[in-house]
Design a protein around this ligand. Structure first.
Ligand code: DX5
Ligand code: ZN
Length: 223
């Protein structure tokens, strides 16, 4: 994705009030955030169910923002293609849920969307090395996936650092997204490690002033 150093803020709809998702999208747009993050869970890859592509399709006309879809599902190919039809701009699937990573990345590209791979906290990023040149985004989970509102796992920062240094040394340009437990303090830690995309669920929707919260995520000295 272009300009991989510019900070992107991606509020996660998972933490929104599900009885008024249209308003949640308005809130995200009004806050000055960049993307909308959609967490699809199948009750199998993770022990929770959220929503599927039809919900994204229903809400697509409501927002002009970039739809960043995170699939926490086993056998992600079919759902990935449904997510594309629903209006996703980027589709990220889990490394742990697929064998033919390169095939799915290429398929997503042929559908005209960005392709990302996510890793759970215990998955080493060294496994991704062969496919990094093909990726638009790597999503480093800083909680065990399945639920919003969990605490940030700082040991995952080592993986962000590695991805950042490989991007530099190999001349690649994938984004490095961090997802789970992001609030003002942890955002600074993740950015210091090299993340350029911040997913934020509960902290964003809890904020009294979402625009100010997004401003704080963008600001903050990295010393
Ligand atoms: C967790 C999801 C996250 C989650 C983030 O499985 O992938 O995107 O919504 O929520 P917070 O910011 O509350 O940790
Ligand atoms: Zn997510």
């Amino acid at each position: 994705m272009e300009n991989s150093n510019a900070l992107t803020v991606a509020p996660s709809v998972l933490a929104a009030d599900f009885s008024s998702l249209g308003l949640a999208l308005d809130k995200i747009a009004d806050s000055g955030a960049d993307w909308v993050h959609w967490d699809l869970m199948d009750g199998h890859f993770v022990p929770n169910l959220s929503f599927g592509p039809p919900l994204i399709a229903a809400l697509r006309p409501r927002s002009k923002l970039f739809f960043d879809v995170h699939l926490m599902v086993t056998n992600p190919v079919e759902i990935a293609l449904e997510a594309v039809k629903a209006g996703a701009n980027a589709v990220t699937f889990h490394w742990e849920a697929e064998v033919h990573h390169h095939r799915l990345i290429e398929r997503l590209h042929s559908e005209g969307v960005r392709a990302g791979i996510a890793v759970v906290p215990s998955t080493p990023v060294e496994l991704l090395q062969e496919v990094l040149p093909f990726l638009d985004l790597v999503l480093v989970m800083t909680v065990n996936p399945g639920f919003g509102g969990q605490s940030y796992l700082s040991f995952c920062e080592k993986k962000i650092q590695k991805l950042s240094s490989w991007r530099e040394s190999l001349g690649l340009n994938y984004r490095i997204s961090v997802d789970g437990g992001i609030q003002e303090k942890t955002a600074i830690q993740a950015r210091k490690a090299g993340a350029d995309t911040l997913v934020t669920g509960s902290a964003f929707f809890r904020a009294e002033n979402p625009a100010e919260f997004v401003g704080k995520l963008r600001g903050g000295t990295l010393t």
